[in-house]
Each structure stands twice: as structure tokens, then as C-alpha cells.
Design a protein around this ligand. Structure first.
Ligand code: ADX
Length: 203
């Protein structure tokens, strides 16, 4: 957990608040927290969702592990403490996006349940939707789009999730998509359907 060093700071209440933004945008802001193994389809689905939302003129944005690790979190590796700090920072950024009225999708393995729960706790009830992108190690390894499972098996890559580092499945995710059996379109329909049924988006 990060040490608190900021003191003597005062919260400013800005006049353009979340409610005003959401009214203009015509939808709620929320975080869709995609979690799952490397190669499970998190980035693909987050991107497909972003496209679908953009086509409907919704405000959306994707925070993606591989991309964010080029900047905001480039000082972090893949040991447990660094993954926790990675998810802590993203959790804070996601909270800001929700406050900005944006439907934000985060695509990080986020292997530890406690880290995901902490990111959830930063937001109000209903603002954080955990999306479990379910696909077995066998399925992801069969895809091995980035060739990383091969490197992990040979020992070239250490602490690789699903091979030599743990992945803790969500216990109670709002949404589950099974990319081992569903097409991208089918999984996307499950996610968009959830947003519509629960009033995040109008159908
Ligand atoms: S997380 O565990 O901290 O949430 P994150 O989603 O940011 O991980 O980054 C995962 C991506 O980093 C993977 O998709 C993969 O491309 C790459 N990567 C490199 N090394 C590892 C590793 N040891 N374990 C998992 N992913 C790794």
C-alpha cells in the first residue's frame, strides 16, 4: 500500500459535477473491469466495446495493461507487489474516468482478488462492474498470440500468470464471458446487454 505523504490538501468541489456531465452525455459513467489471463481476450473485448460505444456516441475509453505499462506504470514489473501497485494506480484512474462520466474499460490481468476488491472499493456501488473474461490456461496457451506462454514454459519468462504465477478467479463478477466458447460478437452482446438492462445505456 502506498505511503500517504500528502498533507494540508483541501478537496475542491468543482461546479461541473458528474451528474451534470452524465445528463449531457445521456448515459452513466462506470468502470468495466476486465480481468482474466493473458490471451483471454480482455483487450480485444474492451476494444470491441469501445467501438460499439463510440458508434452510439457514448463517452468511452480503454485503459489497457500493455499500453499503460509504457507510461503511467512503466516503473513496475510483474512481482506481486508491483502488480498490486499497478492495479492500485489503475483503480484510481478508473475512478477519475467514472467521475468524468465516461464508460471506461480496464484490461489488466489483475490476478489478485484483494487488489480488484480494493479498486472496487474506490467507487460507489454500481459504478464498478467486474467482467470475468474466462478462458483456461490451455485455451490461452493455444492462442499464445504474443508467444509469451512459450517463453514462460521454457523458463525464459518468470512469474508468468497461469504458468508460474497465480490467477485468482473472481467469486462474484457482475459479468462473465467465456471466450473459449463465445465469439467476440457474442461476448460483446452479453456486456452491452448488461449495460442496457441495468440502465447504464439506453437500449
Ligand atoms: S497485471 O498482472 O499487473 O494486471 P498487466 O495486465 O498490467 O498485468 O500486464 C499483463 C501483460 O504484460 C500481459 O498481457 C503480457 O503481454 C505482459 N507480460 C509480461 N510479463 C508478464 C508476466 N510475467 N505475467 C503476465 N503478463 C506478462
Amino acid at each position: 500500500m502506498a505511503e500517504v505523504k500528502s498533507t494540508n490538501i483541501v478537496w475542491h468541489q468543482h461546479t461541473v459535477n458528474r451528474a451534470a456531465r452524465e445528463q449531457k452525455f445521456g448515459h452513466r459513467g462506470c468502470t468495466l473491469w476486465f480481468t482474466g489471463l493473458s490471451g483471454s481476450g480482455k483487450s480485444t473485448l474492451a476494444n470491441a466495446l469501445d467501438e460499439a460505444l463510440c458508434a452510439r456516441s457514448a463517452r468511452s475509453y480503454v485503459l489497457d495493461g500493455d499500453n499503460v505499462r509504457h507510461g503511467l506504470t512503466k516503473d513496475l514489473g510483474f512481482g506481486p507487489a508491483d502488480r498490486t501497485e499497478n492495479i492500485r494506480r489503475i483503480g484510481e484512474v478508473a475512478r477519475l474516468f467514472t467521475d468524468a462520466g465516461v464508460i471506461n474499460a480496464t484490461a489488466f490481468i489483475s490476478p489478485y482478488r484483494e487488489d480488484r476488491d480494493r479498486a472496487r472499493a474506490l467507487q460507489q456501488a454500481g459504478d464498478f462492474l467486474e467482467v470475468y473474461v474466462k478462458a483456461s490456461v490451455e485455451v490461452c496457451e493455444g492462442r499464445d498470440v504474443k508467444g509469451l506462454y512459450g517463453k514462460a514454459r521454457s523458463g525464459e519468462l518468470k512469474e508468468f500468470t497461469g504458468v508460474s504465477a497465480p490467477y485468482e478467479e473472481p467469486l462474484n463478477p457482475e459479468i462473465i464471458v467465456d471466450t473459449g466458447i463465445q465469439s467476440v460478437e457474442e461476448s460483446l452482446a452479453v456486456i452491452v446487454g448488461y449495460l442496457e438492462r441495468h440502465g447504464y445505456l439506453s437500449a
